[in-house]
Design a protein around this ligand. Structure first.
Ligand SMILES: Cc1ncc(COP(=O)(O)O)c(C=O)c1O
Length: 399
């Protein structure tokens, strides 16, 4: 407890410092800062103030939510524990909680096996690595134009041939094009996106799974963003009837569930072969299948404490609130402008306008993106504190 009270005392002291004091820190090394506590104090105070940006009712440019006190407590627990699950026999409590969370997420996503990763990019890379191990007849991966760029990165690293399929007007992978592409060149894998990074669109998951099955290919679902909706019964049709037959799925609780980074899960339908052929002599148990070496509870203790203390009903409410705000925002744009706007199920609203909104982009209120290959402004509703009214007030001068 000494460590904790010491930490909280430091935090309290720093919170009282005026972060607007202009102390230059350029060309100073961290070690030199130690010689002048004023510099360190100023930087910590500035960091704390910067973190407060997430509390704003207009902070909607990206997928960054405010972290709840429950998640922060879980993060603190993880830091205080600081065990390493490479030696699970030494940390039975942490290992049991990890398994409990994996089981819960497996049930939620209708999968059988899984492990936590440091983000959706790692999940996509590892899933395609497993696909490459499992299927030797092709090196072709199909994904839509709107898929996350980590798919491209993964294919480069793994020396796979990524073929980008155009989107239809709803920003979904065009299934007719996918079908004929697969007939011409048999796939190793098809990546379906459940919640595209730019516009939050869902590919036709059932079609992607069935086309993959028809060609004995792997189907990976990148649900890093839209997987949050698995928690809400009213959105299940987006995931289709065959969702449980996907070979792998990744989901980032650190996005729409507002958990501190890194919190991501990669799930599989079948047990995967180990990625390692070596048995490190200093470990009692072979490392699990993922890339990660050392790891503690950082990816799951914040979520574990949130779910265990609040229950899934409250988590569902926390998910629905930003989605309701997204609907209101979209409706208010319709009521007040002729700007075409596109409401996605997973809390992203895109709109087109000839107005230059770069000032609002610079203020973190919205971002620029492409939807169905058209330039749009993008508003992300993930924080429970973001308000449609507050954003409309900022946009009103441009109407
Ligand atoms: C659909 C999708 N996949 C993957 C990623 C990458 O996730 P991460 O930033 O956790 O690596 C993102 C990030 O925005 C995403 O939206």
């Amino acid at each position: 407890m000494n460590r904790l009270s010491h930490t909280l005392k430091m935090l309290e002291q720093f919170s009282q410092i005026d972060s607007t004091e202009n102390i230059s820190t350029s060309n100073i090394t961290p070690a030199e800062q130690a010689a002048d506590p004023r510099i360190l104090a100023s930087q910590v105070a500035k960091l704390l103030a910067e973190g407060e940006l997430h509390q704003q009712s207009t902070w909607a440019a990206h997928m960054t939510a405010v972290v709840s006190p429950q998640s922060l407590f879980g993060q603190l627990l993880s830091g205080l524990h600081n065990g390493n699950l490479l030696s699970p026999e030494l940390y039975p409590t942490l290992a049991a909680i990890e398994q409990q969370m994996i089981n819960w997420l497996c049930r939620l996503f209708s999968q059988q096996y899984g492990h936590f990763t440091a983000g959706g990019s790692y999940g996509n890379l590892e899933a395609l690595w497993q696909a490459k191990q499992a299927i030797s007849s092709s090196r072709i991966v199909y994904a839509s134009h709107a898929a996350h760029y980590s798919i491209n990165k993964a294919c480069q690293i793994l020396e796979l041939d990524l073929r980008s399929i155009p989107c239809n007007d709803n920003d979904q992978m065009d299934i007719a094009t996918l079908r004929s592409a697969c007939l011409a060149d048999v796939p190793m894998a098809i990546v379906a996106t459940a919640g595209t990074p730019s516009a939050g669109s869902f590919d036709a998951i059932d079609d992607c799974i069935l086309v993959a099955q028809q060609h004995q290919a792997w189907c990976h679902i990148d649900a890093a963003w839209g997987g949050s909706l698995r928690l809400l019964p009213e959105y299940q049709s987006l995931f289709g009837q065959h969702f449980a037959k996907a070979d792998s799925i990744c989901f980032d609780p650190h996005k729409a569930w507002g958990q501190p980074k890194p919190a991501s899960i990669l799930l599989y339908q079948r047990p995967m072969p180990s990625m390692m052929s070596m048995e490190p002599d200093y470990l009692q148990q072979s490392p699990t299948i993922g890339f990660a070496g050392s790891r503690g509870g950082e990816a799951f203790l914040p979520l574990w404490y949130t779910v265990s203390s609040l229950g899934t009903k409250v988590l569902q409410q926390l998910c629905r609130e930003p989605l309701d705000q997204a609907k209101q925002f979209s409706q208010q744009l319709c009521d007040n402008t002729t700007w075409p706007n596109y409401l996605s199920p997973a809390g992203i609203v895109c709109f087109e306008t000839t107005q230059d909104l770069s000032k609002l982009v610079a203020l973190g209120m919205l971002s620029q993106a492409k939807r169905a290959d058209r330039a749009v402004y993008r508003v992300v509703f993930t924080s429970t504190l973001v308000r449609a009214d507050a954003l409309i007030t900022q946009l009103q001068p441009y109407f």
